[in-house]
Ligand binder design. Structure first.
Ligand SMILES: C[S@@+](CC[C@H](N)C(=O)[O-])C[C@H]1O[C@@H](n2cnc3c(N)ncnc32)[C@H](O)[C@@H]1O
Length: 337
């Protein structure tokens, strides 16, 4: 009996290993298709976890300077270096017993742990004090609080989240981080206009950091990270992303801009979504964005048999490195005529 059980367990382990290896092969072959010239340079980054990175939250500095907060953390045993993005820091090593997320600085909201790629989108939003801003997919609120800090709370942010548990996380985070200009809303961003018709074309800026297939966060040495991934995920999510984008454009003021971002490589969730919006709405332009990073490249203007609008070259792709995960960013402007 024991032998039979052991044999069944052994066979199911072999099947699981085979399925995982097949998935890894499929994933890497997809990456090779997308980045044939960069593949051998980037493949290794799918096996390396990134160091912990964070930004200092200016809303909770109190009487401290950024340097003081960084020195306090260094005195607790954290080895910190400046990151490649304004106000970002890299935690390379800790002698400390504590994790960064267990420190007083983290619990008081003086620092916010955030990936470097995730800090990029807000930098392109051309934020100005007094703006009315909508964050359509907000939790846990990394980018919401980054906007609030950038504008020193002198703006109005409506931050929407449709997952109850994540909505409470968002609310808590905004409180901890002192983001007082944020009105967190437990709602579905797809149907906002139906529920609140007066919101039509009312926002100066819209941030649409969509739910995506998360390929940027896949690490192949961790079997869990590939669990939800399959070759159909991107297609399914692209439908939701288009509906969210349709809603966001309807809520955006003429002259205003919408920032679209994903942490995934799939063309279906990136260039194809933006190309679809350009065809659907005649009043959109893709604004040129760029960042001084070696791992940034223009979005694709063609993919297999598809030819996209030339303006797709104004969007950016961030390819993975030892510090960055894969990301895609597009900035759409609604014309005034
Ligand atoms: C990529 S995460 C957002 C991360 C966030 N922007 C940040 O920087 O911290 C996407 C979020 O959108 C939420 N979401 C998905 N569909 C939504 C919808 N229809 N309306 C509002 N939120 C939605 C998900 O629950 C998830 O929390």
């Amino acid at each position: 009996m024991i032998h039979v059980r052991a044999e069944v367990e052994r066979s199911s382990r072999i099947v699981m290993e085979k399925t995982l290896n097949l998935k890894i092969e499929k994933f890497l072959s997809k990456i090779h298709d997308i980045y044939p010239d960069k593949y051998f340079e980037i493949e290794k980054y799918f096996y390396n976890n990134k160091p912990v990175t964070f930004r200092v939250n200016k809303l909770k500095l109190g009487n401290n300077s950024i340097e003081q907060i960084i020195n306090n953390l260094r005195n607790k045993g954290f080895e910190l270096n400046d990151g490649p993005i304004k106000n970002s820091f890299i935690c390379n090593y800790r002698k400390a017993e504590l994790k960064l997320s267990e420190t007083e600085e983290f619990n008081d909201g003086q620092i916010y742990i955030q990936g470097l790629s995730s800090m990029l989108p807000v930098m392109f939003m051309d934020l100005k004090k007094g703006q009315n801003i909508l964050d359509m997919c907000a939790s846990p609120g990394g980018k919401t609080s980054q906007i609030a800090a950038e504008l020193n709370n002198e703006c109005f942010i409506t931050a929407v989240e449709n997952n109850k548990k994540r909505y409470y996380i968002l609310k808590n985070n905004m409180e901890t981080l002192g983001a007082k200009c944020v009105n967190a809303l437990y709602d579905n961003s797809v149907t906002l206009l139906l529920k609140y018709p007066n919101l039509s074309e009312s926002f100066d800026r819209v941030l649409l950091d969509v739910p995506c297939s998360n390929e940027g966060s896949i690490y192949l040495h961790n079997s869990k990270s590939l669990e939800k991934w399959n070759s159909k995920t991107a297609e399914r999510l692209a439908k939701l992303q288009r509906t969210l984008l349709y809603s966001g454009i309807s809520l955006l003021k003429p002259g205003g801009s919408l920032l679209y971002s994903t942490c995934t490589y799939s063309i279906e969730e990136n260039e194809q979504v933006i190309d679809w919006a350009l065809k659907k709405f005649g009043n959109l332009n893709v604004q040129k964005i760029s960042v001084d990073l070696k791992n940034s490249m223009p979005g694709f203007t063609k993919w297999k048999k598809d030819v996209f609008n030339d303006q797709l070259a104004n969007t950016i792709r961030i390819t993975p490195t030892e510090l960055f995960i894969g990301f895609y960013i597009a900035l759409l402007k609604k014309t005034t005529d």
